[in-house]
Design a protein around this ligand. Structure first.
Ligand SMILES: Nc1ncnc2c1ncn2[C@@H]1O[C@H](COP(=O)(O)OP(=O)(O)OP(=O)(O)O)[C@@H](O)[C@H]1O
Length: 248
């Protein structure tokens, strides 16, 4: 569970101050898939970075009820940040190198993750030999390597073409169902948010605050039939209207 209490973030000082996030309260239960949308600059990335402790809050707190794990959170960024001189397998196992697991266990975990993200046969490739979509698959596998219960994803698919994005959406949905991770996904795509999420959080522009949350009542597993479901189409339309109102 992620407990967010009166969490706020102000960057800079004096005249240069930017209120990135106004005090936010929210509870995210274990196993939820929460999509976060909102206009550019509304504090979506800031929220993820605060949850990951990559930033210090100005006020409030984030409590992760994750049994005091050393690294409770895996992070996937917009551009897969892979080590260019390491192979796919070496990149994926990188987080395991400091956890003291045996070589055998690490190899088994890497093999399992390679399979999970569909990179079988590319274990020995270098990042530059992969397409953008494949690099993101490797980044997702690496984020899952030491089995964090929470996966934070900041616009992970915005740099890949539409068809690849749809495939990666389906794979992420499958991975979520299989692993039961708590996933928070920041996206600019209203369709992606509704298609993947069990809940959608909508944030309003500066100063960033929570505008609305929607429980997504769509059957699992999601697939092509989801995109034709009137409930999905209504939700997308409602989210679009809300986004349009905020940016006009
Ligand atoms: N390190 C920083 N120093 C100063 N201001 C910052 C910093 N990081 C973010 N901001 C500002 O805080 C606000 C929120 O930024 P953030 O990146 O969280 O928004 P976002 O919703 O993720 O935007 P986008 O959708 O464009 O990625 C923006 O106005 C941004 O300019």
């Amino acid at each position: 569970m992620i407990k967010i209490e009166q969490l706020s973030k102000i960057y800079g000082q004096g005249d240069d101050q930017v209120v990135a996030l106004e005090p936010l309260d929210q509870q995210i239960n274990a196993g939820e898939f929460v999509s976060i949308i909102g206009p550019s600059g509304c504090g979506k990335s800031t929220l993820l970075r605060l949850i990951a402790s990559l930033e210090d809050p100005t006020s409030g707190s984030v409590t992760l009820e994750t049994a005091n794990l050393k690294r409770p959170v895996g992070f996937v960024f917009q551009d897969a940040v892979l080590l260019p001189w390491k192979t796919v397998a070496e990149n994926i196992r990188f987080p395991l190198d400091t956890t003291g697991v045996s070589r055998k266990q690490a190899n088994e975990k890497v093999a399992e993750l390679v399979e999970l993200v569909g990179l079988k046969g590319f274990e020995k490739s270098l990042p530059k030999q992969l397409s953008g979509g494949m690099r993101q698959r490797a980044a997702i596998a690496r984020a899952l390597a030491d089995d964090p219960p929470i996966l934070l994803m900041d616009e992970p698919f915005s740099a890949v073409d539409l068809l690849t994005r749809e495939t990666l959406n389906d794979e992420l949905s499958r991975i979520w169902q299989k692993t039961g991770k708590t996933i928070l996904l920041v996206t600019h795509s209203v369709e992606e948010a509704a298609y993947l999420g069990s809940r959608v959080m909508v944030m309003s522009p500066r100063p960033g605050r929570l505008k609305a949350t929607y429980d997504v009542d769509l059957a699992q597993p999601r697939g092509e039939q989801t995109k034709r479901d009137p409930k999905f189409l209504d939700l997308v339309s409602e989210l679009r209207t809300l986004m349009r109102e905020m940016t006009s």
